[in-house]
Design a protein around this ligand. Sequence first.
Ligand SMILES: Nc1ncnc2c1ncn2[C@@H]1O[C@H](COP(=O)(O)OP(=O)(O)OP(=O)(O)O)[C@@H](O)[C@H]1O
Ligand SMILES: [Mg+2]
Length: 319
Amino acid sequence: MDDGQMFRQIVELLPNGVLLFDLDGSIQYANPAANEILHLGRSPGLDEHIKLFLSSARNGDTETVELSGRTIQLAYHDRMDGEHRTGAALYLTDAGDRRKQEFTANVSHELKTPLTSISGYAEMIANGMAKPEDVIKFAERINREAKRMLSLVTDIIKLTELDETQIMEEAEQVDLYTLAQENTETLQPAAMVRGVTISLSGEASVVFGNRSLLSEMVYNLIDNAIRYNRDNGTVSVRVHQHVLTVRDTGIGIPKAHQARIFERFYRVDKSRSKATGGTGLGLAIVRQICEQHHAEIRLESREGVGTEITVTFPTFHED
Ligand SMILES: Nc1ncnc2c1ncn2[C@@H]1O[C@H](COP(=O)(O)OP(=O)(O)OP(=O)(O)O)[C@@H](O)[C@H]1O
Ligand SMILES: [Mg+2]
């Protein structure tokens, strides 16, 4: 094998994309990794982006592009023949799924906060710095933070399980009204503490799906309707012909946040949500469950007036 062949083989095996351009900006060579990335971005956006970057970049410049949820890093290099520039080379690195990266960063952050405070309080007790009357107080805080972590970890496990398992294998006929009734009862004490009244209306409506996931979904929606309500507010749950509606008279969600609250860890008011033990995963779980059941979820909300969430299930199954 001569040197040329050997280099070619190396370039073809590289996990990073290599693109060589001539002086006119036409592609002279693309290795398989580059082709894969370019193929991924068959959106006109990438070509445009690359053109723009090529025309303005200097040796060593880098830039990142978002491509169907992935982060692609572009690095620019001049191709030289002695003193003469003969074209350009671009190195493309697929930095992975942006949502996964953010998720990991968020998880780490959310776990670090309670852990820091747990170990801080435990340390003070261990080395005798805490006065006897403080010990109980510290233990309560440790307990509270540990519970927060536990519920966070439970939620994360749920989300990853949802990612992987074939939940529809366990699908059965599930009555939404019964689920609404059960979860309303479960959440009654939480509502009472806030002076919130829950009402349930409608009639039996059977859908095809995974009972425990659907129950989780109903729970999360009613839980939010109570948690983000005002004192003495109301929550109305209604089940009617494959449609579940949860309406509250709460604080509402400002327009600017409405598109984002279904994202993992997204909270409109971090301090309020945290004070009530929220981690911002509830609606992400709801959305995922909806997707798996081919149900459509809609949100209507007005700041200071209230929120209504409607989940519409497909109707291809006989009741
Ligand atoms: N019914 C509602 N009224 C007003 N704001 C809401 C309502 N439901 C959700 N939100 C807003 O959307 C955010 C995300 O909700 P989500 O249920 O995902 O997380 P959370 O309630 O903060 O925590 P948890 O993971 O415990 O459910 C909340 O923090 C809140 O700001
Ligand atoms: Mg919630």
